[in-house]
Design a protein around this ligand. Structure first.
Ligand code: M6R
Length: 606
């Protein structure tokens, strides 16, 4: 998604902006630009495509020289990716970079046109820039306050006013922004990694706060110009974790980081052999009393929620509804005060998931957030937070975040099942011990990597694939299918295997790959029948199963075995070959694994 950076200090501002933007590239973008104060003018340069295009343009044409400026990587929403639509936008007096979406931009544009303004881009952002110009009468804060009063939507803004050449103004609503604090230099950024090479100290900008950033100081005030005093935060983000560490791609590195990520996430939450989530206020007593759980998330995080639903309903006999956040927020769900809404998000910034959290609060329910990014909006707004400790996930395709999200779902299910009296202490300890062994088993599962690479070589020419499964295996087939299509651009669908006969099986023709996930003992016979059904219609069948599973001869074209474990925990291992198949298919197709087209790492717009 879009990235914002800004700098005020002694260094070469253009270099700092480019370096900082490069650390946000993983978020996905399709153009980039900067605005730097140069000889008391605002010098703007932008370019469609990758950051290296902008760098080349600066080297070949004009590289602004100055010490204060703003930069942006844009992920197109209003208007195609182009030089003109790239940020910064503005006038001779004002220049801005913007993350988010301005909902009423058409009305604002109409108003400004009636006042004689002209527009060059198709963006919503340009209307904010021009509105700031319209209200600007020499006092930047006044202009910001008046502009925000007219604007509806989500925004994080970095603003330059020509008359204040050593200064950046910043404000945000529903889009994150931090202010980095250095020695005689300060920064703005939409994400901590952008500034980590310069400083670990930062302020979190809250809504309705306006920041004035200069090289030697940062000041905050509210919309009534009352000064606000804020506490500096310290980031403990590991810089190395955001590097590839010898792997060819972040995705592969992150797949291999899963044993450590899971261990780090669950170990502190197991006390005397029992799950313990009391750190966030979830006690046995509270877990007993929830009437119903809603799990709300997007994409891969939602699939972790589906695993959670199966496991919680099975073990803790509590009703769980899983919703895609963008559906939940508009379907008028029946939420009672004694329901718990669980939002799952790697980034903690996903717009729809955040809106679901707000809806739950409006209806009086408590919200538990399972989030990876510390201090993210969702983490800050939820009533309770369980952080997953996956470390930074850079690849757009989410892998290790999924495993840690599932691992938290398991701890929750075990603790709830015990609290509600559906499993004994002994059983709870046994399941928890099994979960503790998973990191080693994931390591062992990685032995299927070569086989996955081989299977991938059979998929690269496919037009379309089916992923099928039943129960927990269905949840995993959804995740496998999403992973493959988002990075390899091969169409795939996941289907509950029993549902195939109701329409989808007509798609199966000679050679169509069908990946069956078959790890659940009680569903095995039925699952095998479904695989036989597709095989007899010409499908090329690939089956992910437990080590030692025996199938009749000729049914499976390829099998990928993973270590055998308690059925309920199998998703923690089954996901590994599914991720590796997606990864190697994409590598073999020569595509950009970590930054697939049209996608962003964190989807901060609706
Ligand atoms: O940051 P979040 O976990 O809220 O993100 C949710 C989805 O956007 C994300 O999982 C997406 O589906 C991934 N690209 C999947 O690999």
């Amino acid at each position: 998604m879009c990235g914002i950076v800004g700098y005020a200090g002694e260094r070469d501002c253009t270099e700092v902006l480019l370096n900082a933007l490069s650390k946000l590239e993983y978020r996905g973008y399709d153009s980039a630009g900067i605005a730097v104060f140069e000889k008391n003018q605002i010098s703007v340069e932008k370019s469609k495509g990758e950051l290296k295009n902008l760098r080349e343009k600066l080297e070949n044409e004009h590289k602004p020289e100055g010490h204060c400026g703003i930069g942006h990587t844009r992920w197109a929403t209003h208007g195609e990716p182009s030089d003109i639509n790239s940020h910064p936008h503005g006038s001779k007096r004002v220049s801005i970079v913007h993350n988010g979406i301005i909902e009423n931009y058409k009305d604002i544009k109409k108003f400004l046109i009636s006042k004689g303004y002209t527009f060059e881009s198709e963006t919503d952002t340009e209307t904010v820039a021009k509105l700031l110009d319209y209200y600007y009468n020499g006092d930047p804060i006044d202009a910001v306050v008046k502009t925000l009063a007219d604007v509806r939507g989500a925004y994080a803004l970095g603003i330059l006013f020509k008359d204040y050449p050593d200064c950046i103004y910043s404000v945000r609503k529903d889009s994150p922004l931090i202010i980095g604090v250095g020695e005689n230099e300060n920064f703005i950024a939409s994400d901590v990694p952008a500034i980590l090479q310069y400083t670990r100290k930062y302020y979190l900008l809250e809504e309705n706060e306006i920041a004035t950033i200069k090289a030697d100081r940062v000041e905050f005030c509210d919309i009534h110009k009352q000064q606000i005093v804020k506490e500096v935060q310290l980031s403990n983000l590991d810089m190395d974790a955001a590097e590839k560490g010898g792997y060819e791609h972040f995705m592969l590195k992150e797949i291999h980081e899963q044993p450590t990520a899971v261990k780090t996430t669950i170990a502190p939450r197991i006390v005397n052999g029992m799950p313990d989530l009391s750190e966030c206020g979830l006690t046995a007593e509270s877990l007993k009393n929830y009437r119903k759980l809603f799990i709300v998330a997007c994409g891969t995080a939602m699939h972790a929620g589906v695993v959670g639903k199966y496991v919680i309903e099975k073990l803790a006999r509590t009703e769980v509804t899983v919703d895609i956040a963008s559906e939940f927020r508009y379907r008028d769900p029946i939420i009672e005060k004694d329901d718990l809404v669980i939002v799952i998000s790697q980034s903690g910034e996903t717009a729809d998931t955040k809106a679901a959290l707000h809806l739950a609060h409006d209806r009086g329910a408590k919200v538990l957030a399972i989030v990876n990014v510390k201090g993210s909006s969702i983490a800050r707004e939820a009533d309770m937070v369980l952080y997953t400790h996956a470390g930074p996930e850079i690849s757009v395709a989410s892998t290790k975040a999924f495993s840690v999200q599932m691992s938290v779902m398991y701890l929750l299910a075990f603790e709830m099942a015990y609290a509600k009296g559906f499993i004994s202490e002994e059983e709870c300890k046994r399941l928890t011990a099994e979960l503790s062994n998973i990191p080693d088993l994931i390591e062992k599962t990685m032995e299927c990597e070569d086989k996955c690479q081989y299977v991938a070589s059979k998929l690269i020419t496919a037009q379309s694939l089916l992923y099928i499964g039943r129960g927990l295996d269905y949840a995993l087939s959804m995740e496998g299918s999403l992973k493959l299509k988002e990075i390899s651009y091969i169409h795939s669908e996941s289907y509950a295997a029993g549902e195939l006969k109701h329409g989808t099986i007509s798609l199966v023709e000679e050679g169509m790959p069908v990946i069956g996930v078959a790890t659940q003992s009680d569903l095995m016979e039925k699952m095998v029948s479904n695989i036989v059904e597709v095989k007899s219609r010409g499908a090329f069948t690939i089956t992910v199963c437990k080590e030692g599973t025996e199938f009749s001869e000729g049914v499976m074209d390829e099998t990928i075995e993973v270590p055998a474990l308690e059925d309920v925990l199998m998703p923690m291992l089954t996901v590994i070959p599914l991720q590796l198949i997606a990864y190697y298919t994409t590598v073999l197709k020569g595509l950009n694994v970590d930054k697939p087209r049209n996608l962003a790492k964190s989807v901060t717009v609706e």
